[in-house]
Design a protein around this ligand. Structure first.
Ligand SMILES: Cc1ncc(C[n+]2csc(CCOP(=O)(O)OP(=O)(O)O)c2C)c(N)n1
Ligand SMILES: [Mg+2]
Length: 332
């Protein structure tokens, strides 16, 4: 498993944690877009918590703002704020981590959530960079259902007209929106053709949940001169949790405790399997273990593979002895 995929799976577990803590969020869309966010934040964009007001920072706009949870997880992991605060307070009264992105949160460039605005705002930012002679790039992430909004097409036309090669839009094309299949709710036909018609460089990513395919696509976008680039990423809504995958009910479904345990277990199994550690226990041996158990396993495996997470065994004083044996197995 490469480093970006490891980060994406760690963020998936954070998303599940946050959604379960708050009984809120748009977990299906969070899980489909998280590889895109992992690649942008950890491989592509020139952003850092030390330079939130640097005029040369790249700009990121989450136009599909209902997936704020995924964005907060990525920004927290990047160090823009204490991620635990986001995981524990998301959606609660008085928090800054409200259900749609807002600029009270460090690293968030615009308030979003009313669909259809990201491309137009991105055009303004990209045009400003050209006028000011700045080299920053602007990245906009949209949903495929969102592409039913007519304002997108005006923005696309302007971006093509002004040859904004410093603008890159990504469509998280998971083929579902809020109430059903995108093609049944409002069939936009080929989004690739539509971007092309407006003068964009179009890059289609066959597996939009594959970090290395996404990284290559963004490199190609960065190399393209004289046109804005559109990355059409074919993703799976709910990716990584079997009972959520491709199910419209998980657009903003709420997990019960059993579903939460299963989600954590499945995501932890992936990271354990992918680390290739021969001593990895089969998570299935511990069906009745508390959810923390699986999170600990994955924290250990992440640490072993060089990710930054550090296991604090002390947090799990009351865990069954098996938990600690498994940790030892992993660490030796
Ligand atoms: C202007 C506007 N109309 C309607 C909504 C309600 N809404 C929230 S999410 C959503 C569906 C979005 O689907 P998609 O863009 O495909 O997102 P994803 O599948 O990635 O969750 C809708 C219609 C909204 N937020 N803004
Ligand atoms: Mg969609």
């Amino acid at each position: 498993m490469d480093q970006l995929t490891r980060i994406a799976y760690k963020l998936r577990r954070d998303i599940i944690e946050m959604a379960h803590n708050s009984s809120a969020g748009h977990v299906g869309g969070d899980l489909s877009v998280i590889d895109i966010l992992a690649v942008l934040y950890f491989d592509v964009m020139n952003v850092s918590p030390e330079r939130v007001r640097d005029p040369d920072r790249d700009r990121f706009l989450l136009s599909k703002g209902h997936c704020a949870g995924a964005l907060y997880c990525a920004l927290g992991e990047k160090g823009f704020f204490d991620k635990q605060e986001a995981l524990l307070t998301f959606g609660t009264f008085g928090t800054r981590f409200i259900g749609h992105p807002n600029t009270d949160v460090p690293g968030v460039e615009i308030n979003s959530g009313s669909l259809g605005h990201g491309i137009s705002v991105g055009v303004g930012m990209a045009l400003a960079a050209k006028m000011d002679g700045r080299t920053y790039r602007t990245y906009v992430v949209l949903g495929d259902g969102e592409m039913a909004e007519g304002s997108n097409y005006e923005g696309m036309m302007a971006a093509g007209h002004y040859r904004l090669d410093n603008l890159c839009a990504t469509v998280d094309c998971n083929r579902l929106q809020i109430s059903g299949q995108t093609k049944n709710v409002m069939d936009s036909g080929s989004l690739a053709d539509k971007f092309r018609d407006f003068g964009w460089n179009v890059i289609e990513v066959e597996n939009g949940n594959n970090c290395s395919q996404l990284s290559k696509a963004y490199r190609r976008a960065g190399d393209c001169k004289g046109k804005p680039s559109a990355v059409i990423a074919y993703t799976l809504k709910g990716k990584g949790v079997s009972f959520m995958e491709n199910q419209v009910s998980w657009h903003h479904g709420v997990m019960n405790d059993e579903q939460y345990r299963q989600a954590v277990r499945e995501l932890s199994e992936v990271s354990l399997r992918e680390t290739g550690a021969e001593t990895c226990p089969k998570a299935g041996r511990f069906q009745n273990a508390p959810p923390d158990f699986f999170r600990v396993q994955s924290e250990v495996s992440l640490r072993e593979t060089g990710a930054e997470t550090c296991l604090k065994a002390g947090r799990f004083q009351n865990a069954p002895p098996e938990l600690f044996r498994v940790q030892e197995e992993l660490l030796t």
